[in-house]
Write a protein that binds this ligand. Structure first.
Ligand code: PEP
Ligand code: MN
Length: 313
């Protein structure tokens, strides 16, 4: 702990303290034994799109993401539907009982998002927008704080500290990759930061493999690696027609691939003592755990047999 700033007072993990559980809506909690998976498009485009997303992902994910205020590199790119998008998110949520996560880019956008969404995302580009962080301290809803493009672990924790010091203890951290020299992946997913953050703070830590990878074919393996190294959840971009996504099309999974990915995470979660939130197929997990156990004893038996054979010469 001495290696990190003594200014991190509220977010620091003290010896023996449990990970804080942060509620998203009424039924989802991040930071407990179950890992929480959030899925949905980069951008809310229209009601039909969100209806298909909810129908296909219901039963697989715990919450739906979708941006209505989009931080685009170009001022000419689509900037999001704004409040009309918030209404789409809200009615989808009411109809399907799925909580929502959406980005807030400015203090002016906060009141409406706080009213209509279940979790407020601070995007990478705003991690050190201190006025926004202070205002989020007064928000009713929990905050998903994404790591800045080139923010250190300490700067990220200090950003969380801003929100907490201003009155909101419900903060979830999100590692989403950092800028480096190699542009093959959009960013470099810093799993070392996930492991470090889990030791340094009691706040839950989730991973966004989509913005880290920038390429859909890399997302699933990174997602599984994140759960294997202790992340409390994932936020992943997916779309009914990935290639037609108005933003971040190259990294969007199809909804079918998203459902398949969630299934593939279950044995990984079980192997590290976790489950997947909303997973009712508990029996299946037990079978998987027993499967791992018997494989192990199978290997031992084989090893013993080889040793005996060697001893016999
Ligand atoms: C997003 O979630 O769509 C997004 C813009 O993320 P980030 O702030 O991590 O780039
Ligand atoms: Mn995106």
């Amino acid at each position: 702990m001495s290696e990190i700033s003594n200014q991190i007072k509220l977010a620091a993990r003290t010896e023996g303290c449990q990970t804080t559980e942060v509620a998203i809506g009424d039924s989802v909690k991040v930071g407990g034994k179950p890992v929480v998976i959030i899925g949905g498009p980069c951008t809310v485009e229209n009601p039909e799109q969100m209806e298909i997303v909810a129908q296909k992902l219901k039963g697989s994910v715990s919450a739906i993401r979708g941006g209505v205020h989009k931080p685009r590199s170009s001022p000419y790119a689509f900037q999001g539907l704004g409040e009309a998008g918030l209404d789409i998110l809200q009615s989808m949520s009411q109809k399907h009982g799925l909580p929502t996560v959406t980005e807030v880019m400015s203090v002016e956008q906060l009141a409406a998002c706080d009213e209509k969404a279940d979790m407020l995302q601070v995007g990478s580009r705003n991690m050190q927008n201190f006025e926004l962080l202070k205002a989020l301290g007064q928000a009713k809803k929990p905050v998903l704080l994404k790591r800045g493009l080139s923010a250190t672990i300490e700067e990220m924790l200090l950003a969380a500290e801003y929100i907490m010091a201003h009155g909101n203890p419900n903060v979830v951290l999100c590692e989403r990759g950092i800028r480096s020299f190699d542009t093959f992946t959009r960013n470099v997913l810093d799993l070392g930061a996930v492991v470090a953050l889990k030791q340094l703070t009691h706040l839950p830590v989730i991973v966004d493999p989509s913005h880290a990878a920038g390429k859909r074919e890399l997302v699933a393996d990174l997602a599984r690696a994140a759960i294997a190294c202790g992340a409390d959840g994932l936020i992943i971009e997916c779309h009914p027609e990935p290639e037609k996504s108005v933003s971040d099309a190259r990294q969007a999974l199809s909804l079918e691939d998203m459902v398949e990915l969630v299934e593939s995470i279950k044995p990984i979660a079980a192997a590290v003592g976790r489950s997947v939130a909303g997973d009712v197929a508990k029996k299946r997990q037990i079978t998987v755990v027993q499967g791992i156990g018997s494989q192990k004893s199978g290997r031992l038996t084989l090893r013993k047999r080889i040793a005996r054979k060697a001893a016999r010469g």
